[in-house]
Design a protein around this ligand. Structure first.
Ligand SMILES: Cc1ncc(COP(=O)(O)O)c(C=O)c1O
Length: 397
């Protein structure tokens, strides 16, 4: 029997998907499952985008240029410009979502080397890195610090002669952290000191709460040749299935080698109007996510033994539960527990860590339901924590 490659063994099955059979069984037995585990937006794709698709008159669906259609790259350039981020159309490569962009960038700037990443991190970074032959070197953050890294020494201490880049998701999936100006300056400083690239995944840029903002690395002029920004329409326009994103950089060398046939033609075009005029739409989404964040934060705070940190952006939060194994707890919720005919599906924390054994008592919660449903979900979680046999109790109880 032929065997699979060694690389394939490093591509772990998504921890989120592992629970799917239990969730299906719960639903089959009549229990309503509230899915807190998946970052698939629940709100409709903007009708303008769908109308654009229907209105396209394409006589022939030929390959688009490898770098992307000019109209699409111009629209991305205008979109960045509306955020005071300057990338000319020829500094942008349209990709099949942020996923393709990240895999591409990792292999181009770091193949065979190491990339620093803050953990907990987006789970797919692990498989993208495996595909690109990159070793992720984690800088472990903790819930007590709101998953901020604070000191530049944390970063410096992880750099080795093999380090090629720092990969950062801002605002962060899974933690909801929005890095401060000082933190960005620290990343920039270490990048210059050690001759590193900075890969900045900003797919949640619009979703920042409490009047905060995402600061862009592009304002560090001396970093111009080192920065690669990754973006996508998936989350900001509720359009994950469109599979359109981009990578943007002032570094010509990177763009010159980032070539393959092309990404789908119609999809590149259907997103143009929203890229040009979608700011108000995503601001409304942000307001809705902030209400949902509040419902989750308040609900988690009411659970005995849970001290949540307020998510600053994206549409996730990560929290520690007073539970011995959140993976087993997630199965318990689906297999053995319900409250008034409902239960919740959680994303266990372990899958978001590069380091084995971390995150066993953490979960990620996604805000993909309205605030009332999320409030109900938190009450279910509260009751389940109380009922779970593996609950950890403090000595004062
Ligand atoms: C941080 C982050 N980067 C990239 C992606 C992938 O985005 P896309 O759908 O554009 O491939 C996701 C999707 O969840 C994400 O959370």
């Amino acid at each position: 029997m032929p065997v699979l490659s060694a690389k394939s063994l490093m591509m772990q099955a998504s921890p989120i998907r592992k629970l799917a059979p239990h969730a299906r069984a719960a639903e089959a037995s009549g229990t309503n499952v509230i899915y807190l585990n998946i970052g698939q937006p629940d709100m409709p794709t903007p009708p303008e985008m769908i109308a654009e698709l229907h209105g396209l008159s394409l006589a022939r669906l030929a390959y688009a240029p490898s770098e992307g259609l000019l109209e699409a790259r111009e629209a991305w350039s205008a979109f960045f410009s509306s955020w005071d981020i300057e990338f000319a159309p020829d500094q942008i490569l349209v990709t099949a979502g942020a996923s393709e962009a990240i895999t591409f960038i990792l292999s181009i700037v770091a193949g065979g080397g190491e990339v620093l990443v803050f953990e907990p991190c987006y789970t797919n970074y692990l498989s993208f890195a495996a595909q690109a032959d990159v070793a992720l070197v984690p800088i472990t953050l903790s819930v007590e610090d709101g998953y901020h890294f604070g000191s530049i020494e944390r970063l410096r201490g992880c750099v080795t002669p093999k380090t090629k880049a720092i990969l950062l998701c801002n605002p962060s999936n899974p933690t909801g952290t929005v890095y401060t100006a000082e933190e960005l300056a620290a990343v920039a400083k270490v990048a210059v000191e050690h001759d590193l690239f900075v890969i900045c995944d900003e797919v949640y840029r619009e979703f920042v709460f409490d009047g905060g903002e995402v600061r862009s690395f592009t304002r560090f002029r001396d970093l111009a040749q080192r920065i690669i920004v990754v973006d996508s329409v998936s989350k900001r326009f509720n359009a994950c299935g469109v599979r359109i994103g981009c990578m943007a950089t002032h570094n010509r060398e990177i763009l010159d080698v980032a070539l393959r046939l092309s990404v789908p033609t119609a999809e590149q075009l259907m997103v143009v109007p929203m890229l040009e005029n979608g700011r108000a739409y995503s601001e409304r989404l942000c307001g809705e996510y902030e209400r949902r964040r509040d419902a989750v934060f308040n609900g988690l705070g009411a659970i005995d033994g849970v001290s949540p940190h307020p998510s600053e952006g994206s549409f996730y939060t990560m929290t520690r539960l007073p539970i011995d194994s959140c993976e087993e707890f997630a199965v318990f919720l689906l297999r053995d527990f319900s409250l008034d005919g409902e239960t919740v599906c959680l994303a266990p924390g372990e899958g978001f860590y590069v380091t084995d054994g971390l995150g066993v008592d953490e979960v990620r919660v996604a805000f993909m339901y309205d605030a009332a449903s999320l409030g109900r979900a938190m009450r279910i979680l509260d009751a389940a924590v109380g009922a779970y046999p593996g609950r950890l109790v403090t000595t004062t109880e």
